[in-house]
Design a protein around this ligand. Structure first.
Ligand code: UDP
Length: 373
């Protein structure tokens, strides 16, 4: 029987919106639903008296993929924002990611060879051939001092476990450079939509039906009856009622505050790398708009403190915890989906249980659409 829609897309984040956009281009009729009261998933922004606030943590668009960059530029134009993160450890400031500025601040060295020598000697002292966990990997990459000052405390509060129990892959996300380059990303393209991420999502969903405040899992039979096929981008374990067990995530709590000063910290993101400071970073949203004099000169500012939090099933899932147990469990849920649920595709960040950047989310949605449509 032919249903009203070709596709029901569960989840109006970047993956779902990109898929719906491509489906429409292929002449397919889609309905996009989201349980939140707004579109956009975690890229959603809110206006606070003229300042665009990234409600679910800072989102900086970056990609090396020209196709992805050209695709998003069909909907929005990007500003020249480049992420240069500052780390505050016991009141002293360091540049991130790890580069010659960081090594100068740490050891007073001015030449790459001096920095390399120090890192090499700290690595040798720690005697590590094949780094087996995040601590060993970090010492190998940047030495013991940088690890103790900028990595250990931050990572242990962020992930709620010891660095020796975390995979090396987490720290490999950050570049290590022996040049004076504070750009957090190596990608060729970077920026933030001038009109904000909400405009990007509206552009992707132009001409497509959507409903917010709609939880698919509350009325599965009704929603299943609406479409020929379903693209489900929510947590796959929740879809199956956690019947094989819970996938672990790390969650976040945001504390937003408007302050009566024009410029609070002089940078979009300042990380607090000490274990005893309960938050990981403070985001000052107006600095995401460099060159926007009207916003930067406002006599007030909005900051958000980001607190890592334990995840309880059903609450907001942010970072997948990458270990063997969770990878195996996710694979078992995927098998369950393939074998028992016809016409439903599990995809996106939560469906595929992967920590992805926005560029990767769009790239995977474009590839997924190409395969399916
Ligand atoms: N990290 C760190 N110190 C910092 C920033 C990051 O040790 O000041 C480590 C930490 O383990 C974190 C990982 O690097 O989980 C990845 O950081 P990234 O900035 O990519 O995290 P995100 O912004 O995606 O939360």
């Amino acid at each position: 029987m032919k249903h009203e829609y070709d596709f029901l897309v569960v989840g109006a984040g970047l993956f779902g919106a990109t898929f719906a956009c491509m489906a429409k281009q292929h002449g397919k009729k889609c309905l996009v639903i989201d349980k939140r009261s707004h579109l956009g998933g975690n890229v959603y922004c809110e206006d606070a008296e003229g300042i665009t606030v990234h409600k679910y943590g800072p989102h900086i668009f970056h990609t090396h993929d020209e196709k992805v960059w050209n695709f998003v530029n069909r909907f929005v134009s990007f500003n020249r924002f480049t992420l240069n993160t500052i780390a505050n450890y016991k009141g002293k400031l360091y540049n991130l990611p790890f580069n010659m500025y960081t090594f100068y601040q740490m050891w007073g060295v001015t030449q790459p060879e001096e920095a390399r020598r120090i890192i090499e000697s700290q690595r040798r002292e720690a005697v590590m051939e094949n780094p087996a966990n995040l601590e060993e990997q970090a010492i190998c990459l940047v030495g013991r001092d940088v690890y103790a000052t900028l990595i250990k405390g931050y990572t242990e509060k962020q992930w709620g476990r010891a660095c020796t129990e975390l995979p090396a892959s987490i720290i490999k996300r950050l570049p290590v450079r022996f040049t004076f380059d504070n750009n957090y990303f190596n990608d060729r393209y970077q920026g933030i939509p001038v009109e904000g991420y909400n405009v990007l999502i509206k552009g992707l969903l132009d001409g497509i039906e959507w409903r917010t405040g709609c939880n698919y899992l509350d009325d599965r039979a009704y929603f299943d009856g609406l479409a020929d096929e379903i693209v489900y981008t929510g947590p796959i374990d929740e879809y199956f009622g956690w019947s094989l067990g819970f996938l672990e995530y790390r969650s976040l709590r945001f504390e937003q505050e408007m302050l009566p000063v024009s410029n609070y910290q002089g940078n979009a993101i300042v990380n607090y790398t000490e274990r005893t400071v309960p938050y990981t970073r403070i985001v000052e949203h107006k600095h995401f708009e460099p060159g926007n004099g009207a916003v930067l000169s406002l006599p007030y500012t909005v900051v958000t403190r980001e607190y890592p939090a334990d995840y309880t099933p059903g609450s907001e899932a942010y970072y997948p915890v990458d270990n063997k147990r969770n990878r195996d469990l996710h694979a078992a849920y995927q098998d369950m989906g393939r074998c028992n649920v016809p016409h439903t595709w599990f995809a996106g960040r939560l469906g595929s249980y992967k920590y992805v950047d926005m560029g990767q989310a769009i790239s995977s949605a474009l590839k997924f659409s190409k395969a399916l449509l």
